[in-house]
Design a protein around this ligand. Structure first.
Ligand SMILES: C[S@@+](CC[C@H](N)C(=O)[O-])C[C@H]1O[C@@H](n2cnc3c(N)ncnc32)[C@H](O)[C@@H]1O
Length: 195
């Protein structure tokens, strides 16, 4: 049987990426994520890692996820994490957001899925190759990475560059890789095969 995230990141995810995952569209993104997860369900239990999470986790209470899903979210920005945990607490959700530099200290939790959205290309500016090291260091059945299709000013086409980056990140890692393009971003994934 297909796992929840396969469904999530297949056909139905088009809406989210097409309409909501532009760099400046956090509100719409949260709204679309809400609709998506409410409509299509979520995992029974398990762990999710949201790496360099920004405000993504604010969507969690609206995702229709079972309460036994542990949503671990990491960001270096303390006020953001404080806000997320306050919000989680107010919703009776475990405040599992943590201030952490995931490059220096990758989480060691075994997870069903890990998200690295909109940040790997920026991380590379800090240290070339670091996003691959991060992906290698975490333990997730599937790691989803989203990268932009165009530069922030809209002037430059980044498809080739981002495809190349994903190739560098995933080169030689065990598992299947995939790619799905949306108007604003491309979603890539590495799915560990058994063993
Ligand atoms: C462009 S936002 C992306 C947020 C979110 N992933 C999304 O899809 O909306 C980048 C976030 O990554 C965080 N960040 C950057 N480097 C990080 C690192 N090494 N460890 C943890 N968080 C990091 C920043 O503080 C910021 O909140």
């Amino acid at each position: 049987m297909a796992e929840w995230w396969q469904d999530l990141f297949d056909e139905k995810y088009v809406t989210l990426f097409a309409e909501a995952r532009g760099p400046l569209h956090t509100a719409q993104e949260v709204e679309a994520l809400t609709t998506l997860l409410t409509t299509h369900g979520a995992p029974d239990g398990g762990q999710i890692l949201d790496l360099a999470c920004g405000l993504n986790p604010i969507a969690l209470p609206f995702m229709g996820l079972p309460h036994d899903v542990d949503y671990y979210a990491y960001d270096i920005h303390q006020p953001r994490i404080g806000l997320i945990n306050d919000f989680f607490t107010s919703q009776a959700i475990q405040p599992l957001a943590e201030v952490r530099d995931v490059l220096l200290n990758p989480p060691q939790i075994s997870a069903g899925a890990a998200f690295l959205f909109k940040e790997a290309h920026r991380m590379e500016k800090r240290r070339k190759g670091c996003s691959r090291e991060l992906v290698k260091a975490i333990d997730a059945k599937v790691t989803f990475i989203s990268l932009p299709n165009r530069s922030l000013d809209g002037q430059r086409d980044l498809h080739q560059r981002m495809d190349n980056l994903f190739e560098q990140i995933s080169a030689g890692l065990p598992g299947e890789t995939g790619r799905r393009e949306f108007p604003g971003e491309t979603l890539y994934w590495i799915r560990k095969t058994d063993g």
